[in-house]
Ligand binder design. Structure first.
Ligand code: CA2
Length: 151
């Protein structure tokens, strides 16, 4: 059974603790439980990691590329947080590792400040889920399992 890796970036450890008006009341632990439950329902193992450090995310994307090549991983659900809008290193890591990535944002970044409208990740992502709240994570996991989604 190949797995799916869910990566959450900076400040997502604060989910449910601050700014519930933007990101909802769910905590990161709730999100990770939701991801694992969706994986279980679909017969795929889900592993979740979070870091506030760009280099950790780069390392994990590189590792994911090796796991995909070995047939042990389907791909990565990535909420890179604010690094989405700033990080060429994450974009290069995704491209360099040839890892299928679904970019995810809990909020609708296009309905927010201008600086959130641009993503360095989108051009190298297989697909993008934006603004559907934390249920977007379940949809992203489904996209790696349901045939015909291009993932
Ligand atoms: O909507 C999303 O999922 C984001 O990726 C969340 C990021 C934001 O920088 C992106 O533009 C959109 C922020 C991560 C969460 O930050 C928090 C800060 C304070 C309290 C709770 C969460």
């Amino acid at each position: 059974m190949s797995a799916i890796l869910v990566l959450n970036g900076p400040n997502l450890n604060l989910l449910g603790v601050r700014e519930p008006g933007v990101y909802g009341a769910h905590t990161l632990a709730d999100v990770e439980a939701l991801c694992k439950a969706e994986g279980e329902a679909r017969g795929v193992r889900v592993e979740c990691r979070q870091s506030n450090h760009e280099g950790d995310l780069v390392d994990w994307l590189q590792e994911a590329g090796r796991e995909v090549a070995a047939g042990r991983l389907r791909g990565v659900v990535l909420n890179a947080g604010a690094y989405t809008h700033t990080s060429i290193a994450l974009r290069d890591a995704i491209k360099g590792a040839s890892v299928p990535v679904i970019e995810l944002h809990i909020s609708n970044v296009h309905a927010r400040e201008e600086f959130r409208h641009h993503s360095h990740i989108s051009p190298v992502a297989r697909g993008i889920i934006v603004g559907l709240g934390v249920q977007g994570y379940a949809l992203a996991i489904a996209a790696f399992v349901v045939p015909g989604t291009g993932t």
